[in-house]
Ligand binder design. Structure first.
Ligand SMILES: Nc1ncnc2c1ncn2[C@@H]1O[C@H](COP(=O)(O)OP(=O)(O)OP(=O)(O)O)[C@@H](O)[C@H]1O
Ligand SMILES: [Mg+2]
Length: 272
């Protein structure tokens, strides 16, 4: 069973203006197997997107300690495209607009990147799959002819990330706030797309601020990240608890101090 494992991960970023280095992740532990659905919740600025970007290999994020492995093989030092070929996919919180490459060309290239060069996906097979996915997501096919994300509305970008997910079919997907900016119907459509991916060969990590998404995509494990660490792991009921107590309640429960975006907090039961 494929496993994505994050061990004692410490990550720093350097501020583009001041060049000062700041530690964001302070010892994250997380183990995900295929067939599992995980969710991460946590206050703004705690490092959730930093974790996603670091797993995917964004060079802005410097790993100073710990490891990220896929099936026991370290991903550190491997560029983004190699990680994508190995089966990782990231739906970014703020998907980038890329002029000059159409959505369709991008997805076809991404699918072919995972196949041997001498065996590209037959165009008819690709288009048939793409059409099916467009239908599930209630998207019009002219979206695929447009430049990637260019001029897409916030919700269209999010829906398009799920179109890519369904078409590229990675082994592990990280969905960073896939629910942000979606109207009520779009949320259900996006959830339907993610749920269709469910299989013993696919694992998903969803980052969200709201329990509502988890009504549609049921998580096996919910992790709470605070101060750059996973401080608590539980089942879906943890998200409901959080919704009623807020992070303040959890801070009290765990004996954490208030105001702790940058503070060092003890690792909770999220470590494996
Ligand atoms: N490239 C960067 N340069 C400077 N600071 C950064 C950079 N990336 C992240 N940070 C800082 O790291 C901290 C964590 O940011 P991150 O985006 O990971 O938080 P988050 O948990 O995803 O928050 P949100 O819920 O608001 O999306 C923030 O204080 C942020 O300003
Ligand atoms: Mg974020």
């Amino acid at each position: 069973m494929p496993t994505l494992k994050v061990t004692d991960l410490h990550v720093s970023v350097s501020d583009e203006e001041t060049k000062a280095t700041k530690e964001i992740l302070k010892g994250v532990n997380l183990t995900m197997n295929t067939g599992e659905t995980h969710a991460i919740m946590g206050p703004n600025g705690t490092g959730k997107s930093t974790l996603s970007e670091t797993i995917m290999g964004n060079p802005k994020y410097l790993v100073t300690q710990g490891d990220i492995t896929l099936d026991g093989v370290s991903l550190l030092g491997k560029p983004v495209d190699e990680r994508a070929r190995a089966g990782l996919f990231l739906a970014m919180q703020y998907p980038a607009e890329i002029k000059g490459i159409t959505n369709l060309e991008f997805m076809r290239a991404a699918v072919n990147a995972t196949r041997p060069a001498e065996d590209p996906i037959p165009i008819r097979t690709f288009l048939k799959d793409l059409d099916r996915n467009l239908e599930v997501l209630n998207m019009s096919d002219d979206m695929t002819e447009r430049y990637l994300n260019e001029g897409f509305s916030g919700g269209e970008k999010k829906r398009n990330e799920i179109l890519q997910l369904m078409t590229i079919k990675p082994t592990f997907a990280i969905l960073d706030e896939i629910d942000s900016g979606l109207d009520i119907d779009a949320l259900q459509v996006v959830a339907k797309g993610v749920n269709q991916m469910a299989s013993p060969d696919f694992g998903v990590l969803m980052i969200t601020h709201y329990q509502r998404l988890l009504n549609y995509i049921h998580p096996d494990q919910v992790h709470v990240m605070m101060g750059g660490k996973i401080v608590k792991t539980g089942d879906a009921t943890l998200a409901n608890e959080l919704e009623s107590t807020g992070y303040a309640g959890l801070r009290d429960e765990l004996g954490l101090e208030v105001n702790l975006v940058d503070e060092d907090v003890p690792a909770g039961n999220g470590g494996k």
